[in-house]
Design a protein around this ligand. Structure first.
Ligand code: BTN
Length: 264
């Protein structure tokens, strides 16, 4: 297996700060945890930690995240945004747009399932987990964790993921150079995070809407033990989903799980 290494990634990287400081690990629990720790120690914004194997990879809603060594991209970036905690979802949506733009450069046609799952042909190819870290000089740190299935074959997904996950290789039949792909992801992440920092979230939202698989769809929304059905009517200026319930009210959904119901 050809391991990703910092030297190869830095060569040809055109970002200003994203990935300029980078740690490539063979194995760790969760790259989000490593970045959270580095944030406490004062690491700079844009610092990246990448791992071939995560023994405790985390997903949204308490789920686990599995990555295949040598075939995935599993990494986390440290951000120090001047945003209020309720504006965090802006970063989440911006990250989904960034990965989508990279996929499009490679001629894929990604769709975004709210808030930030990337789908190819209806199956998940990338997941993003944003977590809040410690504060430094009153500015909170945010860890943006991204997992992308790149060169997985059919046998590389555990049984329960087989029907719902895919990889770039599965969709295109082409093996992708992970280093070049990663350099492009970092560049786009820096760009769309820049829009958020410059208070240009409407631009993120416009790009997100163009690729949304969720707008207009019938969905089941689950929040803890509560769930309801409805139709997604919009996403608001903070990235929350607006769902007209079957009872006729409009619910604002900032967190939770959204299941797309089949189109008849
Ligand atoms: C999801 O779709 O539920 C989010 C998945 C996020 C996975 C990435 S892999 C790198 C980083 N480290 C983690 O433990 N999780 C994120």
């Amino acid at each position: 297996m050809k391991r990703l290494n910092a030297e190869a990634i830095l060569k040809g990287l055109t970002t200003k700060s994203f990935g300029r400081s980078i740690l490539c690990l063979e194995k760790t629990g969760s790259t989000n945890d490593v970045v959270l720790k580095l944030a406490e120690e004062g690491a700079p914004e844009g610092m990246v930690v990448l791992a071939e194997t995560q023994t405790q990879g985390r997903g949204r809603q308490g789920r686990s995240w599995s990555s295949a060594a040598g075939k995935s991209l599993s990494f986390s970036i440290l951000l120090r945004p001047k945003l209020k905690p309720d504006e965090l979802s802006e970063i989440t949506l911006a990250a989904a747009v960034a990965v989508a733009k990279t996929l499009e450069e490679y001629r894929f046609h990604p769709r975004i399932k709210w808030p930030n799952d990337l789908l190819l042909k209806g199956k998940k190819v990338c997941g993003i987990l944003t977590e809040l870290g410690p504060k430094k000089d009153k500015i909170a740190s945010v860890v943006l964790g991204v997992g992308i299935n790149i060169n997985h074959g059919a046998g590389d997904f555990p049984g329960d993921l087989k029907g719902i996950a895919t990889s770039l290789y599965r969709v295109s039949g082409r093996k992708i150079d992970r280093v070049r792909f990663f350099q492009s992801v970092l560049l786009h992440l820096e760009e769309t995070y820049g829009w958020v920092s410059q208070r240009r979230f409407p631009k993120v939202l416009a790009e997100w809407r163009k690729r949304s698989e969720t707008l207009g769809r019938q969905v089941k929304v689950t929040q803890g033990h509560r769930f309801f059905y409805g139709q997604v009517v919009d996403v608001d200026e903070q990235g929350a989903l607006l769902v007209r319930t079957d009872a006729g009210t409009v619910e604002r959904v900032l967190s939770g799980d959204v299941q797309l119901l089949k189109i008849n």
